[in-house]
Ligand binder design. Structure first.
Ligand code: CO
Ligand code: CO
Ligand code: CO
Length: 345
């Protein structure tokens, strides 16, 4: 029997294994709402993580995220899954402290050393983050699914949500887009090596330094760009904040190779779904072709932070991001008065 590669155990076609955001909103809307004076951030505002106040000085940041394989090297996949799970804590201004792994795999079809390498990759990233893996849960599955539930801490008054963007803010994105397109091309064996290498490096990178810098400078709103794509997450932020956002596509950083692969229609279904979802809320300049629109909606794994910072501190934030090693950070637009619409030029 032909040895299967890790990517053969990726989720079958679908929204990259995720429920579509549109379905998710419809499902959540009909559930009873949860109120607690200590639940500082719940599921109402489609934020990155829940935040629960323990006492006057400490709140917990709670999040869980699970992925199918997006890389062929198990260690790399473990690193990516860990960086991806940690990201939602950073996106709330929190510091990760402990986590639990969640792992499903076809027990008789996968070698122990493969699973061990996935976990070793996650341990390496957690060490870098200064967080511990306290345990986990495994289950039998047809596909490989791996991720972590992460607990972080934050001062209750220093939580940064996606709902605080103000007119006059500048929008900064810290990582280039295109991981969904490149990993889709990789699954189809159509991705050039350089594109995969760059995508992996981007996905493995923690959002820790970006988060440290933004907390120091002081920002109004932040979210990480993941499965809903840049425009999907921008829309969530615009809606939660009650503002409009202008995105200048020419300034948005892309991974090398991503646009070319998108031109060959190698994008995940999740990306197409994101585009369909944001369209009614978005005004695209006429000259923007479909490929550009789709790349802006590309479903990301372990994407960067999208930060809304007061205009007068924009240059300072960008400088400090670059100075701390986040070289790919770029100003991609600004915030205007409005009601949750996007203008893409
Ligand atoms: Co998030
Ligand atoms: Co998440
Ligand atoms: Co268990």
């Amino acid at each position: 029997m032909r040895r299967k590669r890790l990517l053969d155990f990726a989720f079958a076609a679908g929204c990259a294994g995720k429920a579509c955001q549109a379905d998710l909103f419809a499902i959540l809307k009909k559930l009873p709402r949860i109120f607690s004076p200590d639940l500082i951030v719940g599921s109402d505002t489609a934020d990155d993580a829940g935040v629960y106040r323990l006492n006057r000085n400490t709140a917990l940041v709670l999040t869980v995220d699970v992925l199918g394989p997006v890389a062929d090297e198990p260690f790399t996949f473990g690193q990516i899954a860990a960086a991806n799970s940690l990201s939602d804590v950073y996106a709330m201004g929190g510091k990760p402290v402990a986590c639990l792994s969640v792992l499903g795999f076809p027990v008789n079809e996968i070698e122990h050393k493969t699973i061990r390498a996935i976990l070793a990759g996650a341990i390496e990233r957690m060490r870098t983050a200064g967080a511990v893996i306290a345990g986990g849960h495994t289950f039998k599955d047809m596909e490989i699914k791996f991720g972590l539930a992460v607990i972080g801490v934050v001062h209750p008054k220093k939580v940064i949500t996606n709902a605080g963007a103000c007119p006059g803010d500048v929008l900064i994105l810290t990582k280039p887009l295109g991981t969904g397109i490149i990993t889709t091309a990789l699954k189809a064996k159509k991705a050039p090596d350089f594109a995969v290498r760059n995508a992996n490096r981007t996905m493995i990178e923690l959002n820790r330094r970006s988060a440290e810098v933004m907390c120091r400078v002081g920002v109004n709103a932040v979210t990480d760009v993941t499965g809903f794509g840049l425009l999907g997450h921008s829309w969530e932020m615009a809606k939660a904040s009650g503002v409009n956002m202008v995105i200048q596509s020419a300034t948005v950083p892309f991974l090398p190779g991503a646009i070319e692969l998108a031109g060959k229609k190698l994008y995940p279904l999740g990306t197409v779904n994101n585009y369909r979802f944001v369209k009614p809320y978005t005004h695209f300049a006429r000259y923007l072709d479909t490929t550009t629109r789709l790349v802006l909606c590309d479903a990301q794994t372990s994407g960067g932070l999208l930060i809304a910072v007061p205009g007068k501190r924009g240059a300072q934030l960008l400088d400090q991001l670059h100075g701390s090693g986040v070289k790919t950070a770029a100003v991609i637009g600004w915030v205007e008065k409005g009601n949750g619409r996007l203008l893409v030029a």
